[in-house]
Write a protein that binds this ligand. Structure first.
Ligand code: ADP
Ligand code: MG
Length: 333
């Protein structure tokens, strides 16, 4: 995994037209050449197209299982070998971030990346000969640069990010549940999602303005050739990012504007980190510029695998946002 290109992948996923978009007879402006990893976006009402290429593109026909096989699968495999990995969903609200990360509970084909990792991890646990595994899960939200524990009885409480004396960054007092099987993980996810919507209602904001991070930590205990027990730890982070839409559109003022500025700041800090990881000429990676990148520092770069999935909508009225998402992803590429 020495090659940076192997470790960080930037992909695009375009959702299908919604029922309403079909009724309104909206103009489809996004075209994808899946084999070439190419996407083109046409300025509405013209033939003026902008073209981009990425590590992969997934069009509206891509089913959840295929998306997982191409993205999350390899990350989970390396997590089970003791490496860290992260998958991000980026994009404007309504373009499929939550569909990609969480999906729907049934039918099973509609499960997104997070529930698919549950099944995958415990399949490996059950057939790991001479190995013992301890699996833990945490689920948090970053809203306005404040961290909240989605598994806590008091999800409104703000948690602190601490530097560990022996290196590494951690969230003080974050719940880290031991889980024994895929159904436990499923339950953890549901509790967290319920808390996420409760907390966002209490604070009068939408979940689309916060980043959520679901983390599964796997400790692998294995007897070495020397007869001693060896422990390795792998960590899988699944991040549903705040909506990337520019807030000027919504006429934000005061508190909302301050909040919007923080979202933009943390998304651009993430873009800077990913582009520094890919750029072989840069050795400085600006992890410290946001809570999100500080928190994920040990899971971005080095021996870790990262997938950035930028989600887009297919039709005319999203032209500006779609272009801005593709530019963001292109810079992160
Ligand atoms: P976001 O989390 O980015 O705001 P959502 O995941 O909630 O967006 O998606 C918005 C709507 O579009 C939802 O109704 C979702 O089910 C639907 N959707 C998104 N992506 C897809 C897809 N690839 N296939 C089918 N429906 C999708
Ligand atoms: Mg969402």
């Amino acid at each position: 995994m020495d090659d940076k290109r192997e470790c960080v992948k930037v992909v695009i996923r375009c959702r299908p037209l919604s029922g309403q978009e079909k009724i309104d007879n909206r103009e489809k402006i996004v075209d994808m050449a899946v084999k070439d990893g190419a996407v083109s976006v046409r300025r509405p009402g013209t033939q003026d197209s902008k073209n981009f290429t990425f590590d992969a593109v997934y069009d509206e026909h891509t089913i959840q299982n295929d998306f997982y096989e191409h993205t999350g699968y390899a990350i989970v495999e390396s997590v089970m070998d003791g490496y860290n990995g992260t998958i991000f969903a980026y994009g404007q609200t309504g373009t499929g971030k939550t569909h990609t990360m969480v999906g729907k509970p049934d039918p099973e084909e509609m499960n997104g990346v997070i529930p698919r990792t549950f099944a995958h991890i415990f399949r490996n646990v059950d057939c790991g000969q001479n190995k013992k595994f301890l699996v833990r899960a945490s689920y948090l939200e970053i809203y306005n640069e404040e961290i909240r524990d989605l598994l806590s009885k008091n999800p409104k409480q703000k948690l602190e990010l601490k530097d560990h004396p022996e290196g590494g960054v951690f969230v003080k007092d974050l719940t880290n549940m031991i889980v024994k099987g895929a159904p436990d993980l499923q339950q953890v996810m549901e509790v967290g999602q319920k808390n996420r919507s409760v907390a966002s209602t209490l604070m009068n904001n939408e979940s689309s303005r916060s980043h959520s991070i679901f983390t599964i930590t796997v400790e692998i205990l294995e007897k070495g050739m020397d007869g001693q027990d060896h422990i390795r730890v792998g960590k899988m982070n699944m991040v549903d990012l705040a909506g990337s839409e520019r807030q000027s559109k919504t006429g934000a003022t005061g508190e909302t504007l301050k909040e919007a500025t923080k979202i933009n700041m943390s998304l651009s800090a993430l873009g800077n980190v990913i582009s520094a990881l890919i750029d072989s000429k840069t050795s400085f990676v600006p992890y410290r510029d946001s809570k999100l990148t500080r928190l994920l520092q040990d899971s971005l770069g080095g021996n870790t695998k990262t997938v950035m999935c930028a989600c887009i909508g297919p039709v005319d009225y999203n032209y500006d946002e779609t272009l801005s998402t593709l530019r963001y992803a292109s810079r992160a590429k």
